[in-house]
Design a binder for this molecule. Structure first.
Ligand code: NI
Length: 168
C-alpha cells in the first residue's frame, strides 16, 4: 500500500459510505495506520490509500493509544475560524495557510459500529476537517486564497509533471 499523490484522479472523487464494518475494514484501518506512521503523517483518509471509502485515521501524537478511527464521519457543528499552515502526504513538499473552523463536533462510527460524538478544537479540529475533505475529493490546495495558490503553482506543476512521467 502506498500513499497516492496529486494529481492522481482517485484523490478527487467523492468516497462511498462504509456499508458494513467487517474484517476487511478492520484490516484496512490497520494498514492505514501503519502506512501513516511510516510516512510520518498525523492523518490519512482511505482515498489516499486507493480506497473509495468514507473512512479516516488520525493520530496527532503518533503513539498507538491515541489512535482515532472515523467511519462515515460528518461535522455536526462548527464555529470560529483559524488560518494555519497545512500539509498533506498526498501533496508532498508543499505547505500553505488554510482557513478552517476553530471548533467542531464530529459524528462518526468507530470500528465497533458505535456512534461517537467528538468535540474537537485546534489541531484535532483541523485534522478532522482535512480528512473529511479527502472523503469529498477535496485537497487543501483547493482551499487556498488565490495569492497563496499562486505561490505554490510552480511546485504543483512539478508534482503534476513528476506523476505524469511515472504513468508513462
Ligand atoms: Ni491530506
Amino acid at each position: 500500500m502506498k500513499v497516492l499523490t496529486y494529481p492522481n484522479p482517485k484523490l478527487l472523487k467523492k468516497a462511498l459510505k462504509v456499508a458494513v464494518i467487517d474484517r476487511s475494514v478492520n484490516k484496512l484501518v490497520r494498514q492505514m495506520f501503519d502506512l501513516m506512521y511510516k510516512e510520518g503523517g498525523v492523518g490519512l483518509a482511505a482515498p489516499q490509500a486507493g480506497y473509495s471509502l468514507r473512512l479516516a485515521v488520525i493520530n496527532l501524537t503518533k503513539k498507538p493509544p491515541d489512535e482515532l478511527v472515523l467511519i462515515n464521519p460528518l461535522i455536526a457543528e462548527q464555529s470560529g475560524s483559524v488560518i494555519q499552515e497545512e500539509g498533506c502526504l498526498s501533496v508532498p513538499g508543499i505547505t500553505a495557510p488554510v482557513g478552517r473552523s476553530a471548533r467542531l463536533v464530529c459524528r462518526a462510527l468507530d470500528l465497533n459500529g458505535n456512534e461517537i460524538n467528538l468535540t474537537a478544537e485546534d489541531l484535532l479540529a483541523r485534522a478532522i476537517q482535512h480528512e473529511i475533505d479527502h472523503l469529498d475529493g477535496v485537497l487543501f490546495i483547493n482551499r487556498l486564497e488565490p495569492e497563496e495558490r499562486q505561490k505554490i503553482k510552480k511546485k504543483l506543476q512539478e508534482l503534476e509533471h513528476a506523476n505524469n512521467q511515472r504513468l508513462k
